[in-house]
Ligand binder design. Structure first.
Ligand code: URA
Length: 435
């Protein structure tokens, strides 16, 4: 078999066999297929696409390229959740305890933030003492005993995807539904998921700007799940504004705890109960979405989900007092007001701009190696559709200092709010579900 022939077949729009796809991915991992051939093939995929069978083969070949987590020692159906990247997205912090309290084991590997997006692991590390590295034995034991563990990515999972993604990034081949879908799903499968719930974001702050594009991506990922025997459901949710009011690590932990108390922002609660209910159905703890939704709502109302959060934090070495008294979380010394530039209705809040602004305050990482400040971030004080007057406070910067850099961030935050004379038509947070 020769890579050049496989590239030629894809260029002509033909369907590749499982053997041809494995040949490329295994060869790329081993270094026998060079970057230039992989880049040519990726570009052919951008133009010609891939069938569902090819996409599933690519996913499995990438999942097999490195370590694969074996979660078979955990009793029950392990349902993983993945979000395609949002700003202010603290859903894992809420879903973990919520789903575990409904009886579905959550064995989750999460990432760190980079650029404008935050990472669950950084958020959890706002809690004093919280350990995000557990041995596999500790991880499995904790999930079996408590129903929940969240750790940072360890080992070398789906290295072929990592290498290919870096290549796509510099060859203008990221924007391909089958390549994105297989990239995401290969990592979930390598992490040991039996079933997967995807939160696919659509809007200004998301990878997929329109609902139609988000649905195409969701359908491709659900199809991979079907082909590979992992029941997958995708929820398309709006990212035309950040999720909830808080952006920044400790601020997001506090908001997640509020939501587990039942007094968080309604949009965040709605998305979390929707995702949790799908996880509970896939985990076999309810027959229907409606039954599952009532179950998770009862876990929020009874305080069981919040109690699970405290137990989980304590089990991983964190200080549970910080869950019960979120005022003990790291706190920034300054709260700087950002004021509306004009009167009118808020018609858009550019999530990506706010994510970048939070990064400039120190809440995120401009480079992989950068240190982050858990205390700083942005607190929104209004939402899409709100009416504001000129000079009204629209956000607070939780900052380490009050200098020229913070003033520049304040300007960027102010500019991220689009204000018009008439309100824009509202759209729901949960836009559609692909099963
Ligand atoms: N996120 C991924 O993990 N992979 C892609 O290809 C795009 C976004």
């Amino acid at each position: 078999m020769r890579a050049v022939d496989i590239i030629g077949r894809k260029r002509s729009g033909l369907e590749l066999s499982a053997e041809e796809i494995s040949f490329l991915i295994d060869g790329y991992s081993a270094g026998t297929v060079p970057d230039y051939q992989m880049a040519a093939w990726a570009m052919a995929v951008v133009f010609r696409g891939m069938t569902a069978a090819e996409t599933a083969e690519l996913t499995m070949a990438m999942a097999r390229s490195g370590d694969q987590l074996d979660l078979s020692a955990i009793t029950g159906i392990k349902v993983d959740k993945h979000s395609t990247g949002g700003v202010g997205d603290k859903t894992t912090l809420i879903l973990g305890p919520l789903v575990a309290s409904a009886g579905v084991p959550v064995a989750k590997m999460s990432g760190r933030g980079l650029g404008h997006t935050g990472g669950t692991i950084d958020k959890l590390e706002s809690i004093r003492g919280f350990r995000t590295e557990l041995t596999t034995g500790e991880f499995i034991k904790q999930v079996n005993e408590l129903g929940l563990a969240v750790v940072g990515q360890s080992g070398d999972m789906a290295p072929a995807d990592k290498k290919l993604y870096a290549l796509r990034d510099v060859t203008a081949t990221v924007e391909s539904v089958p390549l994105i879908a297989s990239s995401v799903m290969s990592k979930k499968i390598a992490a040991g998921a039996d079933a997967i719930v995807l939160d696919v974001k659509a809007g200004g702050g998301a990878f997929m700007k329109t609902v139609e594009d988000a649905e195409r991506l969701a359908q491709a990922m659900v199809a991979i799940g079907t082909e590979t025997g992992r029941h997958t459901v995708a929820v398309i949710s709006d990212m035309n504004q950040p999720l909830g009011y808080m952006i920044g690590n400790a601020l997001e932990v506090a908001e997640a705890v509020e939501t587990l108390r039942g007094s968080g922002p309604k949009d965040l609660e709605e998305l979390c109960t929707t995702l949790a209910a799908h996880m509970v159905v896939l985990g076999g703890k309810a027959q229907s979405f409606e039954e599952a939704r009532l179950l998770v709502q009862s876990k929020l109302q009874s305080g069981e989900a919040l109690a699970k959060m405290s137990e989980f934090v304590a089990a991983q070495g964190g200080d549970p007092a910080m869950v019960n008294h979120t005022e003990l979380l790291p706190k920034a010394p300054y709260q700087l007001e950002v004021k509306a530039a004009r009167a009118g209705y808020i018609t858009a809040i550019e999530a990506e701009e706010l994510g970048l602004a939070a990064m400039h305050l120190g809440a995120g990482r401009p480079t992989k190696e950068a240190e982050i400040d858990h205390a700083v971030g942005i607190q929104l004080t209004c939402r899409l559709g709100d009416r504001v007057e000129q000079g009204d406070v629209i956000a607070l910067l939780h900052a380490r200092q009050d200098g020229a850099a913070e003033s520049r961030v304040a300007e960027a935050v102010r500019d991220a709010f689009l204000i018009a004379d008439a309100p824009a038509s509202a759209r729901p947070l949960v836009l559609s579900v692909v099963t």
